[in-house]
Design a protein around this ligand. Structure first.
Ligand code: MTE
Ligand code: MO
Length: 380
């Protein structure tokens, strides 16, 4: 039984499949700045490989076939430690909404929780590549992609520019939120590609190959691609569609709470918003790919007829770009609340989210980022 080495998991995780483990973060874990390790979403294609951190080696293979190996101890000793805050989002996050609002889309039916945020500690991939003898400042012509291979055989790749970019912050991490990387999240080391679809952040990484071609894995050449709403599995031209790397702007409501002036803590919150009457507090996340900053979160309490500006909560992130989600909050008097709350965000390039689901439907159900709607009585 390859799953016998899987860890015991927190009961608050919302399990979509047990073997392999696919589980989303519960609402309370999504309504914080850093998601606790125990309730950080888990997306495993296979089992959790048993890896001994003392003998585990990371092999770097360069285009000329040259190889160099590093243990965890080597990485910690040789390279400068770096901390960044970064959000990981699965390309299937919110697929359930695409299925419900448009048509059935293939894959795990994730709600809003195939996304989490953490502070990561590790070393820069570019430093390791340079040490292994790779020219990070002027990569040779035949070096176009960096492949990452996991100990259980999962694999993916990213373009070389992202791998070596000074402000790209691609790391090999061994700590998450100040703790040793947990087994489900890649112990003893994983690649962390901030601003990029989480499928490229390969866990239990044991080999990195610099190559002229993309990774040959199905997770690079198939699966994580999008097609038009009229295209089915038999018409899809997989070779022509690019693999998903950076992601479009996303936002979601993670908490709706009735607040009343009879409660002392609620009264403080109402004061901040200059309100006295019973109200509803709405919270959620907004995030965009490529380190693009969230500049605005538009929110409606009446199904999109009237819009307001949500308050962007303080940004405490570390790193060269906006790799972490932006938390937001809005408080509205209950009398103004209609049938449905709606949220949409805008990033620093002024890209926004689509209103409708059907025109963005794709049979793999990837990149669902249409306006998130939640009925007032729907959440606790
Ligand atoms: N790495 C390995 N080795 N095996 C995997 O199954 N899943 C990928 C990525 N890296 C995966 C992997 C996908 S699709 C996602 S969304 C993220 O890991 C999930 O990371 P998490 O489980 O730490 O949240
Ligand atoms: Mo994913």
């Amino acid at each position: 039984d390859p799953f016998s080495g899987d860890p015991v998991r927190d009961e608050r995780l919302i399990v979509l499949s047990a073997r392999p483990c696919n589980a989303e973060s519960p609402g309370e874990a999504l309504s914080t700045w850093c998601t606790p390790n125990e309730t950080f979403y888990v997306r495993n294609h296979m089992w959790v490989p048993e890896v001994d951190s003392k003998i585990h080696k990371l092999v770097i293979e360069l285009p000329d076939g040259e190889e160099k190996e590093y243990t965890l101890k080597d990485l910690k000793k040789k390279f400068q430690e770096v901390k960044i805050t970064a959000t990981l989002q699965c390309s299937g996050n919110r697929r359930k909404h695409m299925t419900e609002e448009a048509r059935s889309a293939n894959g795990l039916q994730w709600n809003v929780g195939a996304i989490s945020n953490a502070e990561w500690k590790g070393v820069r991939l570019r430093d390791v590549l340079a040490d292994a003898g790779f020219d990070i400042n002027d990569p040779p012509e035949d070096a176009k992609h960096a492949h990452f291979v996991g100990a259980e055989a999962y694999g993916a790749s990213i373009p070389i520019d992202k791998a070596v970019e000074k402000h790209g912050d691609v790391l090999i991490v061994y700590e998450m939120n100040g703790e040793t990387l947990p087994p489900d999240h890649g112990y003893p080391m994983r690649v962390l590609v901030p601003g990029t679809v989480a499928a490229r952040s390969v866990k239990w990484v044991n080999k990195i190959v610099i190559s002229e071609e993309e990774s040959p894995s199905q997770w690079q050449r198939r699966d994580y691609k999008c097609f038009g709403p009229n295209v089915g599995p038999n018409q899809a031209n997989w070779d022509e569609a690019p693999a998903i790397q950076e992601m479009p702007v996303q936002s979601a409501i993670t908490s709706l709470r009735d607040i009343s002036s009879s409660s002392p803590t609620d009264r403080k919150l109402l004061q901040v918003y200059g309100l006295e009457e019973d109200s509803v507090a709405v919270e959620g996340y907004a995030w965009s790919g490529g380190g693009r900053r969230i500049i605005r979160v538009d929110i409606s309490a009446d199904d999109g007829r009237n819009w307001h500006q949500a308050e962007l909560l303080p940004d405490k992130s570390l790193g060269s770009k906006a790799w972490a989600w932006r938390r937001w909050r809005w408080v509205v008097p209950r009398g103004q609340v209609g049938r449905c709350f709606v949220v949409k965000a805008v990033d620093e390039t002024y890209n926004g989210q689509p209103a409708e689901y059907e025109p963005h439907w794709n049979f793999r159900g990837n990149l669902t980022n249409s306006w998130h709607r939640v009925g007032y009585r729907h959440m606790g």
